[in-house]
Design a binder for this molecule. Structure first.
Ligand code: PGA
Length: 252
């Protein structure tokens, strides 16, 4: 179902104490009121997921993991399976973030295996796509985005795809303070929705939630979210500031 979503990707930040404090502060801000139709998702580091799902029993937010194993179980030291995430009530999982593609060399094949694992255990993937600056400057960004989306997701059936949230995160905008303009974001979101229409039909494409990520903050969220095909944001840096994070959630 197409929803308004604001998801916070904490990345590899905060000690246990600070994570606990941030969850508490998000709860406090939420009590002051966020529109009912906005879904808020918190994606802390894995070691704090259970803490977050405990909070989520009292406070109105969902919990997402930042990663999952492509394997289901067994001798894969250091990995965390989709079944484990589901056993502690994790609702979402980010897949294909550009930092995982870049630093951990995750390939489309691995990403599609991760998506399959998540769907098997009822966790909704937040599947990220995004081009590098040189790809945009050389006009290749549409080709890159098309490959990332189709290689990662288009093996799914219609009913499987209906559980996917897509996130457009131009790599040049992540953590740089240089956000895509609302027009640039809308152009790409409409393009992605068009690809989904070609593959799965208009009805499913219209129901797909497509988030924007990359230096989205309390100042620029309103303009971005006002675009027809922008259904919310995947927020990095600003999600560590509770007042800003909730302000972004009020920006629809
Ligand atoms: P940023 O990160 O908001 O700090 O640019 C976004 C992301 O990587 O998800």
């Amino acid at each position: 179902m197409r929803s308004k979503i604001v998801a916070g990707n904490w990345k590899m930040n905060l000690t246990f104490e600070k994570a606990d404090e941030l969850l508490y502060q998000i709860g406090e801000q939420l009590e002051k009121g966020v529109p009912q139709d906005v879904e808020l998702i918190v994606c802390p580091p894995s070691v704090y997921l259970e803490l977050a799902t405990d909070f989520a029993q009292e406070v109105e937010f969902k919990v997402g993991s930042q990663n999952v194993s492509q394997y289901s179980k067994g001798a894969y030291t250091g990995e965390i399976s989709a079944e484990m995430l589901s056993s502690i009530d994790v609702d979402y999982c980010i897949v294909g973030h550009s930092e995982r593609r870049k630093y951990f060399k995750e390939t489309s094949k691995e990403l599609s295996l991760k998506v399959e694992q998540l769907l098997e255990y009822g966790i909704q993937p937040i599947f990220c796509v995004g081009e590098l600056l040189e790809e945009r400057e050389s006009g290749k960004h549409f080709d890159v985005l098309k490959s990332q989306l189709s290689e990662g997701l288009f093996n799914l059936s219609e009913s499987e795809f209906s559980n996917i949230v897509v996130a457009y995160e131009p790599v040049w905008a992540i953590g740089t303070g240089k956000t895509a303009s609302p027009e640039q974001a809308q152009e790409v979101h409409a393009f992605l929705r068009g690809l989904i229409t070609e593959k799965y039909g208009k009805e499913l494409a219209d129901e797909t939630t497509i988030l924007y990520g990359g230096s989205c903050n309390a100042q620029n969220a309103k303009e971005l979210f006002a675009q027809n095909d922008v259904d919310g944001g995947l927020i990095g840096g600003a999600s560590l500031k509770p007042i800003d994070f909730i302000e972004i959630a009020k920006s629809f």
